[in-house]
Design a protein around this ligand. Structure first.
Ligand SMILES: [Zn+2]
Length: 133
């Protein structure tokens, strides 16, 4: 499993402004790139819609998920991470997030609208926070 994720400042700006635009609801995105050894490197960000339009949950539509896979394949990349925001709480996986982390074993990056922080997590036997570089 990945133990570090690299994402550029400009990609973080794209994600945080996406989060601010979608307020009060959670926003989401698919992170594309490469995995080198245990390092996930984000090279492209696909902003997606939160079909739930909820301040406490998010769902990426199957169509946009497929679009993510196709874009990755076309550019010789893979899906390396899932991004979403917590508009009014800390950047820590919710109980629902933990359930979906089991199904989607990528690096999960969460942006908190409360603290303006990005944090990254993977699910091993439990949730582990990993560094963002
Ligand atoms: Zn969440």
């Amino acid at each position: 499993m990945q133990n570090v994720i690299a994402i550029s400042t400009s990609q973080k700006q794209i994600l945080s402004s996406h989060a601010k635009k979608q307020k009060p609801n959670e926003c989401c995105a698919i992170l594309l790139g490469h995995i080198q050894n245990n390092k996930a490197v984000v090279e492209d960000v696909l902003l997606t819609d939160n079909v739930e339009k909820s301040p406490v949950n998010f769902t990426i539509s199957p169509e946009q998920t497929l679009q993510g896979y196709m874009k990755a394949q076309k550019n010789n990349m893979e899906i390396v991470g899932i991004f979403h925001s917590h508009p009014n709480s800390e950047a820590r996986p919710s109980t629902t997030d933990q359930k979906y982390m089991e199904i989607n074993p990528y690096v999960w990056i969460i942006f908190s609208g409360l603290t303006n922080e990005f944090k990254a997590f993977v699910l091993e036997t439990k949730i582990v926070e990993i560094p963002i570089v």
